[in-house]
Structure formats: C-alpha cells, structure tokens
Design a protein around this ligand. Structure first.
Ligand code: GLU
Length: 291
C-alpha cells in the first residue's frame, strides 16, 4: 500500500493564527491516523511580502504547537528554475499569453463596459475577470512590448486550456475529516477567468507552484481551508494540462474570530505568538480550535 502524504503549506507573510494551527494539527492528526507522512512547505514566492523573520516565527510557533514534519522543508523560493521550465512548456503550447493591462486600465475598461449597460463578470472573490483584449494581440505586437520592457503577467488562456483538457475536470473531495468517503466536485476554472500563472520576474504564481509541488512531493491528500475550495478548480485544470497526478482534497471549516469573520494575519489577539505570550499552552490552542 502506498503511504498517504499530507502537507501543511503556509506563506510567511505574517504571523500564524488559530486558523493555521487548526489546519496544521488536523493534517498531523490525519497523517498519524493513516501512519502516513506530514510535509511542511513554505510558500514564499511573493518575495516582497514573505520575509525570513516571518518564516522563523512560523517554524517556532509550529514547533511550540508540537507539529512534527519530515525534513527537508521545501521552500518555494528555492525552486524558481523548476517552475520556469513548466512555464516555458505552457508558453510553447500556447496555453498562456502575456497580459499587459495595468490595474488602472482594467478598471477603466470595466467602468466603460458597465456604463454601456453590461455587467462585467467577477470571480468568486468579487474581482472583475481580466478583459479579453490581450489574448487577441498579434505575436509581433506581444514581442515588441516585451522587448520594450512593458510590465506584464503570464495569464492562462482558460478557454483553450479547458478545451485541451477535455471533459473530466472533477476532483475528489472528502465529505468530512474522517476521510472515509469522497464526493466528486465539478471544477469550474472558468469562474476565475484567465488567472495569472507567472509574473514577468517570478516564473510562477500560487496556482502553478502549488500543483507542481503537490505532484513533486507526492502529496496524496490536500487538506486545507474552505476558503480555497473554488480555487481548486483552477488547480485541477492545471494538473490536467500539465499531466500531473490528482490528489484528493478536503477543505476544512475555517476558524472564525469573535466578530464571526475569517481570521487574518494582522489580527494579533488570535496570533499563536500572542497567545503563547499571554500564557496559553499548546493544549489550550487545541481546545480553542476544537481538536
Ligand atoms: N500558502 C497558502 C496559504 O497560506 C495555502 C496553500 C494551500 O494549502 O494549497 O494560504
């Protein structure tokens, strides 16, 4: 029987809070129950917001909590060359295109379109979808702009990618944290429009790095927060066009703050370091998150 492999994949762009503690401990419990592996992955591709200080703080918090993971830890910022190879493949296969519109230009395009009475579609986070103009730019024009150093991001041509992927775009989602049964969820990557797959200076994005790493690390079970449920559709599509294996997913409940809202990394009172400083023990944290 193959070993089940779980992972916890935080981004060091702030301090860990109770929501992270729940996710990490749930992964640990599930890995232990299955006599499987628990990996830790540092998702630090955003080199402006992720810092070594935040990473050191995260590792200290996780050790204090009693989390045990396999070494070595995978740090995404150390693997840009690998992501770049995959990006080159997507470029070669014409599944991505350079998108040049600035935020201001996108806003102006949408305002204009809505003035003419047309509601512009938004993604599940409420962000307007990327306008179609750049997809139609002639290759010569793309090359000219890139040569002139125009800022751009590589966006997935979701229509072409879906056509290439074919019909089977569902993923297996466990129905609860006992992981005893799954249901199939149809992936709807088109709801996100042409998502960013890489930046001009960083040859990846969250979606590309996550699917590549889950595959490279042999992750069989992706257990993460409910807030990433619909993003899974984009990741399923990338797995299909890049011919990567598909893990099974469980999107767990979110730990909410006293105001009923999702916790954020800037909410100090639910931060693990603040709780520890205030005298809380790892057992208190487990109790607070219901484990
Ligand atoms: N790095 C992501 C975060 O901190 C989690 C990604 C994932 O679990 O797939 O929100």
């Amino acid at each position: 029987m193959t070993l089940l492999t779980f992972r916890f994949a935080p981004s060091p762009n702030g301090e860990l809070h109770l929501g992270h503690a729940y996710s990490a401990l749930l992964n640990q419990n599930l890995a232990r129950a299955a006599s499987g592996r628990l990996l830790l992955r540092i998702e630090d591709i955003d080199t402006t917001r992720c810092t070594p200080q935040f990473e050191a703080g995260m590792l200290a918090d996780l050790k204090w909590l009693g989390l045990g993971w396999e070494e070595p830890v995978r740090r995404q910022s150390e693997h840009f060359a690998e992501y770049g190879t995959m990006l080159d493949r997507l470029i070669r296969e014409e599944l991505v295109y350079p998108a040049f519109m600035s935020r201001g230009e996108i806003r102006a395009f949408i305002t204009d379109s809505e003035h003419r009475g047309r509601d512009w579609p938004r993604d599940p986070d409420g962000v307007p979808l990327y306008p179609p103009a750049d997809k139609a730019l002639p290759v010569k024009e793309r090359k000219r702009r890139i040569a002139e150093n125009a800022p751009f991001a590589w966006r997935l041509d979701v229509g072409t990618a879906m056509a290439r992927a074919g019909k089977d775009l569902a993923w297996a989602e466990f129905v609860d944290e006992t992981l005893s049964a799954t249901r199939f969820v149809e992936a709807c990557p088109q709801d996100w429009g042409d998502v960013i797959v890489a930046r001009r200076d960083i040859p990846t994005s969250y979606h590309l790095a996550v699917v590549m790493d889950d595959a490279l690390q042999g992750v069989s079970h992706v257990v993460r927060g409910q807030d990433l449920f619909s993003a899974t559709g984009v990741q399923r599509l990338l797995q299909e066009i890049l011919e990567l294996p598909r893990p099974a997913y469980f999107h767990h409940r979110l730990i909410l703050g006293p105001d009923g809202r999702k916790l954020s990394k800037s909410l100090k009172d639910t931060g693990l370091a603040a709780l520890r400083d205030a005298g809380a023990t790892p057992e208190d944290v487990r109790r607070m998150v219901g484990l």
